[in-house]
Structure formats: structure tokens, C-alpha cells
Design a protein around this ligand. Structure first.
Ligand SMILES: N[C@@H](CCC(=O)N[C@@H](CS)C(=O)NCC(=O)O)C(=O)O
Length: 228
């Protein structure tokens, strides 16, 4: 059984979307990052950088439990476990790795900083807002170019590279006031959104956020599954 520990942010949704697209049975556990559940000692043993998403698969390599943090590692694991969403062709597979690295190295950190300084920071610092907004737009431009004449970010089919980038690009490309400037990106967002399972995965743990669901004993017990 796979246990998913998350919160429906762009990073968390990468994993819940992948689990739903892959139709893997899993149990969901709400880690409320507004309440600092991510600093609970049980969670830190699984995810030492105090971030969601994380998973535990009780049927990991060799039939033994495995815990994983970092969304790209989790998506690669799930793709390899199922033999889906990852090309077998060596060149296409490397392209998928490139666009996964592009997401974790650029899209996530830069859009995250942009949102922090432009929306959440109590002190509005023009230099920081401009710097990260410009970098976000530059990155949208990179994606826009990449998607010219192609349906998917990497290889010839829908892959984990698309799911990983979709988590961030869906929300941010539509709430940026220059959305019309990136038509290929907008079409790709719509294309990914209509893949079976994607919308279902997007909604995972949304009710728990609204209900402020507690950090349960069941979640603590699931986190102990990697203790051996
Ligand atoms: N590179 C990480 C980023 C994960 C991440 O930044 N998670 C955020 C939520 S979107 C988090 O857990 N923040 C809680 C904290 O920083 O304390 C991944 O892709 O998994």
C-alpha cells in the first residue's frame, strides 16, 4: 500500500495527480503545513527538509517498505514501479529527466519566490517582486518555445515531466496578467488537465484543508511504517 502525505499545493498536487493518473491504490494523509505538521518528528524522519509531498510504499524495492521525499524522486519511483508515464526509449527518457530537473531547479523555486514576494510577504519589496516576476515570465517564455509544435514537454507522450510542471504552471500561468502571451502553454495546461485522473488528483485533500482536519493517530502510525 502506498501512503501519500501531503497538502494540495503545487508541489503536493504533483504526487496526488500522478497517483490518480496511474490508478494506484493509496491512502491519503493530511499534513497541514499551516499548522506546522511538517515539523512533527515522525514526519521529519520521512522528509528531513520538512516539506510535503512524501510517500511511504509498504511494497518498495525487494518487497520492503520505502519512504521517499522530493516530488521528482517520487514521480520517477511511481513511473518505474508501474512502467508508465516514462518513455523506454533512452533519448526520450533523458528528455523527461531534463524537464523534470527544469521544474525542480527553476519553475518551483522561482515561481515560489514570486508568489512569496508579490502575494504573501507583509513587506512589499519592489526589487524582489520585479526580479521574480521577470524570471517567472522568462520561464513561461522557455516553456512556450518548447511547446511550439509539440503536445508534451518531453518525449512523444504525456509523462511525469508534464505532471511535475503542471502543478505550478496551471495556477501561475492563468493568474498572471499576460496569460495571452503564452498560447502554447495555455493549450498544454488544458491538454494535461483533460488527461484521465488529473482533475481527481487536483482535488485530493482539498476538503481536509477546508475542514482543518487534524493530524491523526492514523497518520502517525502510517509514518512509523518506515521504522522497520
Ligand atoms: N522540491 C520540493 C519542494 C516541496 C515544497 O516546497 N513543499 C512546500 C509546500 S508547496 C512545503 O512543504 N512547505 C512547508 C515548509 O517549508 O515548512 C518538491 O518538489 O517536493
Amino acid at each position: 500500500m502506498i501512503h501519500y502525505f501531503g497538502f494540495p499545493t503545487p508541489n503536493g498536487r504533483k504526487v496526488s495527480v500522478a497517483l490518480e493518473v496511474l490508478e494506484l491504490p493509496y491512502e491519503r494523509h493530511f499534513i497541514d503545513i499551516r499548522r506546522n505538521d511538517q515539523f512533527a518528528p515522525e514526519f521529519l524522519r520521512l522528509s528531513p527538509n520538512n516539506k510535503i509531498p512524501a510517500i511511504i510504499d509498504t511494497d518498495g524495492p525487494g518487497g520492503q517498505p520505502i519512504g521517499l521525499f522530493e516530488s521528482a524522486a517520487i514521480l520517477l519511483y511511481l513511473a518505474e514501479k508501474t512502467g508508465r508515464l516514462l518513455p523506454t526509449d533512452a533519448r526520450e527518457r533523458l528528455e523527461v529527466f531534463e524537464w523534470m530537473c527544469f521544474q525542480v531547479g527553476h519553475i518551483g523555486p522561482m515561481l515560489g519566490q514570486k508568489n512569496h514576494f508579490a502575494e504573501y510577504a507583509s513587506e512589499k519589496i519592489p526589487y524582489a517582486i520585479e526580479r521574480y516576476t521577470n524570471e517567472t515570465k522568462r520561464l513561461f517564455g522557455v516553456v512556450e518555445q518548447r511547446l511550439a509544435g509539440r503536445d508534451w514537454l518531453a518525449g512523444s507522450a504525456f509523462s511525469v515531466a508534464d505532471i511535475l510542471n503542471f502543478g505550478w504552471l496551471r495556477g501561475d500561468s492563468v493568474r498572471t496578467d499576460h496569460a495571452d502571451a503564452w498560447p502554447n502553454l495555455a493549450r498544454w495546461v488544458a491538454r494535461v488537465a483533460e488527461q484521465p485522473g488529473v482533475e481527481r488528483g487536483w482535488q485530493v485533500l482539498v476538503p481536509e484543508v477546508e475542514q482543518k482536519a487534524p493530524f491523526t493517530e492514523e497518520t502517525r502510525a502510517a509514518l512509523r511504517l518506515i521504522d522497520g
